[in-house]
Design a protein around this ligand. Structure first.
Ligand code: KG4
Ligand code: ZN
Length: 334
């Protein structure tokens, strides 16, 4: 069974065709990074307009890559929540139009759950039950996942998302947009122990996160207590030390909470997903921590960490099998 997936929740327009929830036949991601770079972040109105321009070429290319026509797909799966409302609406409208024209089932997909599913693409892996950590630009959540569609939220950020913290700290350090990959690269040349940024642990079980404090701590470190300095006065080595120390603190918090969750829920598997799962230090540290406790750790390849439609088509197969289709009046919700 072939599912066409569409993802447009933020600043990537993506389409993919996935066979039986596993095999990625074709996947195309059109990034808007160049469009938003000069603003230092995603401009929602520009993002939704770019989705309009990219949608048909991206769909066409993904179907071509998969070697099939649009009439050959069995259903259309689309992210309808969460995300930027104007961006979501573009993907949802495209999906509804295709379903109406072709009389195919429409499958609404939760973007965060799709990030967990990304680890199953191009494999026969079935990691459930597990603890899943989804770290993206808009969300940081821990789930007790008992199936592809069953994710009980057991921890979340109380303020900024992890990716948001990476992006804001990159802006403080005057690093190129997008910030997460810039910090990751620069941190490789820095000392993670150079500056001690406080680690926080929240919630009754220590499974909640807060990243706004560390962002402010970095701001004061760089700019001084009167905020008069800027990163322009720092040399590359000093910036690399801040990047490495910040990254280490965030990774410490994410890894510690994930291991606590795995122990508390008595699972032997942890899964990582979302854009920040592309972070080299987080990938290495979570794998090491899991191994040290005899747990298995699954992390998707880089292309399936950041936003993509293959994960949407993949989980869409399971939603379709469970009868979780929608009428054409289904809404997009931020
Ligand atoms: O999942 P995603 O592509 O989009 C959302 O759903 O938000 O995640 C984007 C986030 C951004 O904040 C970006 O800076 C971050 O993922 N990111 C990274 C890395 N690659 C992307 N953060 C840290 N290190 C990376 N290598
Ligand atoms: Zn995402």
């Amino acid at each position: 069974m072939k599912i066409l997936g569409i993802e447009s929740s933020c600043d990537e327009t993506s389409a993919a065709v996935v066979e039986d929830g596993r095999g990625v036949l074709g996947s195309v991601v059109a990034s808007q990074v160049d469009l938003h770079r000069k603003y230092g972040g995603v401009v929602p109105e520009l993002a939704s307009r770019a989705h309009v321009e990219c949608m048909i070429p991206v769909l066409t290319e993904a179907l071509e890559a998969a070697g099939c026509g649009v009439a050959d797909v069995d259903a259309v799966a689309v992210v309808n929540t969460p995300g930027l409302i104007g961006s979501l609406l573009m993907g949802v409208t495209a999906a509804k139009t295709l379903c109406w024209l072709l009389d195919k089932p429409l499958v609404p997909v939760n973007h965060i759950h799709a990030h967990v599913y990304a680890v199953c693409l191009d494999t026969e892996l079935s990691p459930w039950p597990c603890v899943s950590l989804v770290v993206s630009g808009g969300h940081t959540s821990l789930f007790h996942s008992t199936g592809a569609l069953d994710h009980a939220c057991i921890g979340r950020t109380q303020d900024d998302a992890a990716g948001e913290a990476f992006d804001k700290v990159a802006a403080i350090l005057e690093l190129p947009y997008p910030g997460g990959p810039s910090i990751d690269r620069l941190a490789r040349r820095g000392n993670p122990d150079a500056i001690h940024f406080k680690r926080s642990s929240l919630g009754p079980e220590g499974l909640d996160f807060s990243f706004s404090g560390i962002k402010t701590a970095v701001l004061y470190h760089v700019r001084g207590t009167d905020l008069s300095r800027t990163a322009a006065s720092m040399d590359e080595a000093a910036k690399a030390d801040v990047a490495a120390s910040f990254q280490e603190a965030v990774v410490d918090m994410l890894v510690a909470a994930t291991m606590r969750a795995a122990n508390a829920r008595h699972v032997d598997t942890v899964v990582l997903g979302g854009g920040v799962a592309a972070n080299s230090r987080l990938r290495a540290r979570l794998s090491e921590a899991a191994q040290a406790e005899g747990l298995t750790c699954h992390i998707p390849p880089l292309a399936y960490c950041t936003d993509n439609a293959a994960m949407v088509a993949g989980i869409g197969f399971h939603l379709l099998a469970a009868g979780r289709t929608a009428h054409l009046d289904v809404e997009a919700t931020a």
